[in-house]
Design a protein around this ligand. Structure first.
Ligand code: DP6
Length: 320
């Protein structure tokens, strides 16, 4: 009744922002992401009939705040009458700071819990269960370039290009290490209810997805840069124009964008993307990684740099 799984966070190039069904946590729009290699969450789940309550330990410390969301995810997988569980999570990067820790956590939890119960779930069922816990986590079930599509009343997640088929490096500039002021679920709802730009965002997403899909199929870095930066800035514009406004950026976020623009002017193959947090992710071809990392490290206000290639999807650990 126990298993361990590992999953990497993913970074959306074409973003998921807004929900079409709050109860089932279905996204309003499709999205395309890349799964990272060197950042990970490892989840050990042990169901135990003798336990009176679920427990959660994150990086060696009990975590009561995160437990209800994880327990709800286990209820959906195992039913509410399930045995209680010990959950032990290890994460090698800052949690809740816009680095998609929920994506890797829920992907790993879903895979581990299903295995602990001895249930063989197909990719669709895993995606639905992970996605209900956190929309972006369904994408971490797969490696490389991943698309999450809205299909009828459901979602469908597929790998659209293997990590090895078009290698990329992602340089993450950490500009702040504390937790974010507003969680993405809440911010999405504020956007949906109040932003004058929300409707056109939803309407235009199919176009951006098609452009990104074509750019990935053709390995056309310039085309992927253009549509990814546009899509990212549109998502943040929706938030800035909502009431109350949601602004995740700080001064260093903006300085990192200037750094990336400077590199692009020098012909360096790199583009930026930013999620629900102040960190800047610079996506580049591997030969540019050293130049990009050095330029971001030298940018005023950058506290730390992480560099990673693209990696595989969520999987069971051999020793579980
Ligand atoms: C900006 O997947 O964290 O990173 O489904 O409410 O848990 P919930 O949202 P979440 O949102 C991710 C938002 C984003 C864009 C993206 O990853 O596509």
């Amino acid at each position: 009744m126990q298993a361990t799984a590992i999953a990497q966070p993913n970074i959306a190039l074409i973003k998921y922002w807004g929900k079409r069904d709050l109860d089932r946590n279905l996204p309003a729009v499709g999205s395309i992401s890349i799964t990272l290699r060197d950042l990970f969450t490892r989840m050990h789940v042990a169901f135990d009939e003798a336990l009176a309550a679920d427990t959660l330990v994150v990086n060696d410390a009990p975590d009561a705040a995160m437990l209800p969301r994880l327990a709800a995810c286990l209820d959906r997988i195992a039913g509410e009458a399930r045995p209680r569980a010990h959950i032990v999570s290890t994460c090698n990067f800052p949690i809740a700071a816009g680095l998609a820790s929920s994506a890797s956590s829920f992907a790993a939890l879903t895979v581990a819990a299903a295995a602990a119960l001895g249930r063989e779930l197909d990719a669709g069922e895993l995606a639905r269960l992970a996605g209900q816990a956190s929309g972006s986590s369904a994408r971490s079930l797969f490696g490389g370039f991943v698309e999450l599509a809205n299909v009828g009343d459901d979602i469908e997640v597929t790998n659209i290009c293997e990590a090895e088929a078009w290698p990329m490096t992602v340089v993450i500039a950490i500009t702040e290490t504390g937790p974010k002021p507003v969680g993405s679920s809440e911010a999405m709802e504020i956007s949906r209810r109040t932003s004058p730009f929300y409707a056109s965002w939803v309407e235009q997403q199919a176009d951006d997805l098609a452009k990104a899909r074509a750019a990935i199929a053709a390995h056309d870095f310039g085309a992927l840069k253009s549509v990814s930066e546009h899509n990212c800035l549109k998502m943040h514009s929706i938030m800035w124009a909502s009431r109350p406004p949601v602004v995740y950026w700080n001064a260093a976020t903006l300085r990192c964008l200037e750094t990336v623009r400077g590199l692009q002017a020098d012909g360096v193959p790199v583009f930026f993307t930013i999620d629900a947090g102040p960190q800047v992710k610079a996506v580049c071809l591997p030969e540019a990684a050293g130049t990009v990392a050095a330029a971001l490290r030298a940018t005023d206000g950058v506290r730390n740099i992480m560099t990673t290639g693209l990696g595989p999807g969520a999987r069971l650990e051999a020793d579980s």
